[in-house]
Design a protein around this ligand. Structure first.
Ligand code: ATP
Ligand code: MG
Ligand code: FE
Length: 345
C-alpha cells in the first residue's frame, strides 16, 4: 500500500510517502537550530514551527515521490506519545487530507514507528524478534510478537539513553543534541580511560539485579563527579570521557538486550530510536550477537532519529491488515506500546 504519513511528535516536522517498505520520499525538517539556545525542546515554539512548515513539507513529499493524490491509498499521522500541541498539528493536517481526498486515515504510535525503521531496510524481517528501542525519551526492550502485538520486557527506571547522552554532553559543554557529538568525539578517545558504573536495578530482598531494566542517572552523576575532579586537576580530556561514557552505555545496552533475546527464545534483535545510530552500540551489539548466533538488524542511519518514513511503514502494515482509525481519534501525550491495536477498528 502507498501511504503518506506525517510526524510532528517533537521537534522534527516530517512527511514521507512509502510503498510498504520502500521509501518514495522522506522530508525531515529539524528544529534543532530553533531550540539549541534553550538546550532542549520548547513545546510552544515547536508547535508554532510545525504549523508554519507542515504544508510545504507535504507538497515537497508529493513532488519528490512524483505522485498524484489518487495514487495515495491512505493518510497517517503520529497520534501518541509526544508533545500534545505538536502532535495536534500533524494530526489535523492528516485528517484534513483524508477528508478532502476521501482516503482512509490511520493514527500511529510513535514508538511503533521507531520499531518499523528496521523494516525499511530489511525486506525479510518479520516477527517474532526483540527490538531495543533507544531514543530521546524512551529506553525499552520490546518483544515484537506479531504485527501490532508487543510486550514490554524491560525499560529504563530513570533517564532514557538519548537523554543521558544529551545531559552528559551538556555537562561537558559540547552542545545539543549530545548523542552525535559524543559519538564523534568518542572515536578519538580511550574508552578504558575512566571506569563508570553500569547502572543496575536491584531486585527486592537481595535477589540480585533486574536482568533487563536500565538506569542511566547513576552513570550521568558519575560523569559529573569525574569531570569536577578532572577540572580541579587541570584540563578535562573530553574525548576520553566521551569514549568511556559511550563504551559503558553501549556495552550495557548490548549485553542486556542479548540476554533478553536469549532468555525469551528469540533469534533476532533490531534497534530503533536516535541512539540506534550510535557507532559504539552498533559495534557491541554486532559482536555480542555474533557470539551467541543471533541475527541483528539496524535501521538506515537517517531513519534512526525522528522521520515520517518509519511512521508510514508502520501504517502500511496496519492498512494491509485492514486496520483503520476513526477521524475523531485524539492525540495522547502517552500510551503504552502494547495498546496500539486500540487505535484501530
Ligand atoms: P522519543 O522517540 O522517545 O519520543 P525523540 O523522538 O526525541 O524521543 P529520537 O529522535 O528517536 O528521540 O532520538 C533523539 C535522541 O537520539 C537524542 O537524545 C540524541 O542525542 C540521540 N542520538 C542521535 N544520534 C546519536 C548517536 N550517534 N549516538 C547516541 N545518541 C544519539
Ligand atoms: Mg528530535
Ligand atoms: Fe522519536
Amino acid at each position: 500500500a502507498i501511504i503518506l504519513a506525517i510526524e510532528t511528535s517533537c521537534d522534527e516536522t516530517a512527511v514521507a510517502i512509502v510503498n510498504n517498505r520502500q521509501v518514495l520520499s522522506s522530508i525531515v525538517s529539524s528544529q534543532i537550530e530553533l531550540h539549541k539556545t534553550y538546550g532542549g525542546v520548547v513545546p510552544e515554539l515547536a508547535s508554532r514551527q510545525h504549523l508554519e512548515i507542515i504544508n510545504p513539507c507535504i507538497s515537497q513529499a508529493m513532488e519528490e515521490a512524483g505522485l498524484n493524490w489518487q495514487d495515495i491509498d491512505a493518510i497517517a499521522a503520529t497520534c501518541t506519545p509526544g508533545l500534545v500541541g505538536a502532535l495536534l498539528v500533524g494530526m489535523a493536517a492528516a485528517k484534513t487530507l483524508a477528508m478532502i481526498y476521501n482516503k482512509p486515515f490511520l493514527g500511529v504510535h510513535h514508538l511503533e514507528g521507531h520499531i518499523y525503521a528496521s523494516y525499511l531496510a530489511q525486506p525479510e524481517l518479520k516477527p517474532p524478534f526483540l527490538c531495543l528501542l533507544v531514543s530521546g525519551g524512551h529506553t525499552s526492550s520490546i518483544y515484537v510478537k506479531d504485527y501490532g502485538k508487543y510486550e514490554l520486557l524491560g525499560s529504563t527506571r530513570d533517564d532514557a539513553a538519548g537523554e543521558a547522552f544529551d545531559k552528559v554532553a551538556r555537562l561537558l559543554n559540547l552542545g545539543y543534541p549530545g548523542g552525535p557529538i559524543i559519538d564523534r568525539l568518542a572515536q578519538s578517545g580511550n574508552s578504558k580511560a575512566f571506569p563508570l558504573p553500569e547502572g543496575r536495578i536491584s531486585l527486592p530482598d537481595g535477589r540480585g539485579y533486574h536482568p533487563y531494566d536500565f538506569s542511566f542517572s547513576g552513570i550521568k552523576t558519575a560523569v559529573l563527579r569525574l569531570t569536577e575532579k578532572l577540572e580541579a586537576e587541570g584540563e578535562i580530556p573530553v574525548a576520553d570521557v566521551a569514549a568511556s561514557f559511550q563504551h559503558t552505555v553501549a556495552k550495557v545496552l548490548a549485553k542486556r538486550s542479548v540476554k533478553c533475546a536469549l532468555d525469551n527464545g528469540l533469534d533476532t534483535i533490531t534497534i530503533g530510536g536516535g541512539v540506534a545510530a550510535n557507532s559504539g552500540l552498533r559495534k557491541y551489539l554486532t559482536e555480542a550477537a555474533q557470539k551467541h548466533n543471533l541475527k541483528v538488524y539496524f535501521p538506515p542511519l537517517k531513519f534512526c532519529t525522528d522521520n515520517a518514513a518509519m511512521i508510514a511503514c508502520a501504517a502500511a502494515q496496519h492498512f494491509n491488515l485492514g486496520h483503520r482509525s476513526q477521524l475523531d481519534l485524539e492525540v495522547r501525550s502517552r500510551m503504552r506500546i502494547d495498546k496500539v491495536l486500540e487505535l484501530y477498528q
